[in-house]
Design a protein around this ligand. Structure first.
Ligand code: GLY
Length: 368
């Protein structure tokens, strides 16, 4: 099955997210209608060796001129230095505003290549070809692009919507199991935000997707993209409803930061899963949702092999976590914004969480 999912909103050109199996070999044909000049595939060295030849062959078969530009794998590539190097290479290639960038990779490549496209000659077209589950269900859709600075993650960026997103489920087969599970956290998040039936399926027969079943993965990616694109269509610049997509992220980001963003200890997706479980437990503790709902979330998260509780609890101090949460760029004027829930599938933005209640909650979770 191949699904074509439209993304549209008031402030940007509509585009399609195409989800299915075997799409990398059709990449050239799919993007040909968008190509007015040349293309450059920006990717990392790992993805280049796995999928670069297939992507280039597909462009060539469709008569699309393309070449590869590789960056080192890993979060360190989301830097001013690497952005400058990428833009310098594009200039050396003589790319102009009719040309097209193809971001082939996970979240790091999508963010870096997307930002390079936003800036190059005041903006050229980009097609996102996400190769991780996390990128397919989240970062490739919606136009957020960014690099990090030593002061924090994703602090310098732009909204630059892609012209198309091509999500090939088959490429997920090359992902390490832990990375696939991490992407599953963002899938669960979408059900938790606004689709109880989807969550029920994910927690039941759809759970095989977290282990790589391609049919379940296709359905999980399609529904996640539908949910995300509906929210982005309503609120591209995160003035309101788009903040719901940060469910689990404020807790998760604070925990990741305390662990020095060491992906060996905790991946981003694991942090999001833990953050979702915590957001539901806090919602229950505040009397906003039933305790049984929080328990169900914890069970589904654990069944997917994702963490539900703070490990190394002694490492965390409640005050430090709170300070991180308040310093998160999603905090407005120092006030804490959290995504909480009335039930599974019914999340909301809460801008009035009391700091003292949050400290008590974090101590109850095992922070010192
Ligand atoms: N990853 C959250 C968003 O795109 O808004």
């Amino acid at each position: 099955m191949t699904a074509t999912l439209p993304v549209s909103g008031g402030g940007f050109e509509p585009y399609d997210v195409i989800v299915g199996q075997g799409l990398l070999s059709q990449l050239g044909v799919l993007i040909a209608p968008l190509v007015r000049g040349r293309t450059v595939i920006i990717t990392d060295e790992t993805v280049a060796s796995l999928h670069g030849p297939a992507a280039l062959a597909s462009l060539q078969a469709a008569g699309v001129r393309g070449r590869l530009l590789t960056v080192p794998p890993g979060e360190n590539s989301k830097s001013f230095a690497e952005l400058e190097r990428v833009i310098d290479r594009l200039l050396a290639f003589g790319l102009d505003r009719r040309d097209l960038i193809i971001a082939l990779g996970g979240g790091v490549v999508g963010d870096l290549a997307g930002l390079a496209a936003a800036l190059y000659m005041r903006g050229i077209d980009v097609v996102q070809v996400p190769t991780t589950l996390l990128a397919q269900v989240d970062s490739s859709v919606g136009g957020k692009t960014a690099i990090d600075t030593p002061r924090g993650k994703n602090l310098v960026g732009a909204f630059h919507q892609p012209r198309m997103v091509v999500a090939d489920i088959d490429v997920l087969a090359t992902l390490p199991a832990r990375q696939l599970r991490s992407g599953w956290a963002e899938v669960l998040k979408h059900g938790l935000i606004c689709d109880r039936d989807f969550f029920d399926w994910l927690a039941g027969e759809g759970a095989v997707g977290a282990k790589g079943d391609p049919v379940a993965l296709t359905r999980a990616v399609v529904r996640s993209v539908e949910i995300k694109s509906a929210i982005v269509g309503e609120d591209e610049k995160e003035a309101g409803r788009r903040a719901l997509l940060n469910l689990g992220h404020t807790f998760g980001h604070a925990i990741e930061a305390e662990l020095g963003f060491d992906e060996d200890l905790l991946t981003h997706g694991e942090a999001v899963a833990l953050g979702c479980a915590m957001a539901f437990r806090l919602s229950a503790a505040l009397g906003l949702c039933a305790g049984a709902e929080a328990e169900r979330v914890g069970t589904a998260v654990a069944a997917a092999g994702l963490p539900t509780r703070l490990e190394h609890a002694g490492v965390f101090r409640a005050e430090r976590l709170l300070a991180r949460m308040a310093g998160d760029k999603k905090a407005e004027g120092g006030r804490l914004t959290l995504i909480l829930a009335r039930a599974i599938g019914d999340a909301f933005v809460d801008k009035a969480v009391d700091s003292a209640a949050l400290i008590d909650f974090l101590k109850g979770e095992g922070a010192a």
